[in-house]
Design a protein. Structure first.
Length: 208
């Protein structure tokens, strides 16, 4: 990563991009679609963006390079639709996704997981917790580092530009109140998203 990819980014420019997104990354209704078939709507009312610039420049700050993102926590119980996970799930048993995993979301929770071999792995992984909180849709993380690419590792995958990661399980860091034994990020490629009708990203292209 020190030679190619996300760590070679101009992080001053990354910060400018994130700040530009952060200024409009709030509102009431978040709509997410993707070229792969994702179509989900949720409330983000009262939630403020959580930012990771990929760099820590003042004492006490934290970052996760080469990640770079603006994230929102959906209001519990409001997410409905379909998530088609076609990028990656940075977990030792999954990593890059070979066959899309289709997750049905109802009232803020994943209620059904369909697909092939990797869908079976995800279904078992979650069921083994024997805890309903792991199905909570807890984060919408917009990747904003153009030098990142999907590779099956968490930091570059989360921050890959034009994609979004859906964090399931614990959402305490995103303004929520679900404490769960799991926080798992699942990356969706080439997304479009808008808040209250204002388009922020369209087919992986940033419009703000």
């Amino acid at each position: 990563m020190f030679e190619t990819g996300g760590l070679t980014a101009d992080f001053d420019e990354v910060r400018r991009v994130i700040d530009r997104v952060a200024a409009v990354f709030c509102g009431k209704t978040f709509t997410l679609t993707s070229e792969g078939g994702t179509n989900m709507v949720c409330s983000v009312e009262g939630r403020r963006p959580v930012l990771d610039y990929g760099t820590s420049t003042v004492p006490g700050s934290a970052s996760f390079p080469p990640n770079a993102e603006a994230a929102l926590g959906p209001v519990e119980g409001t997410a409905n639709g379909v998530l088609v996970i076609d990028g990656s799930i940075p977990h030792p048993l999954l990593n890059l996704i070979d066959e899309p995993i289709i997750c049905t979301v109802k009232d803020g929770m994943i209620t059904e997981i369909k697909g092939g071999r990797q869908a079976d792995i995800l279904r078992k992984l979650l069921a083994d917790f024997n805890d309903p909180t792991v199905y909570n849709v807890g984060e919408l993380g917009l990747g904003l580092n153009k030098e990142n690419y999907l590779c099956g590792h968490m930091a570059p995958d989360e921050g890959s530009f034009g994609n979004i990661h859906i964090g399931i399980g614990k959402n305490l860091g995103f303004g929520g109140h679900v404490d769960s034994p799991l926080h798992l990020d699942m990356v969706i490629k080439n997304i479009s998203c808008e808040i209250d009708g204002r388009v922020i990203m369209k087919n992986g292209e940033l419009l703000v």
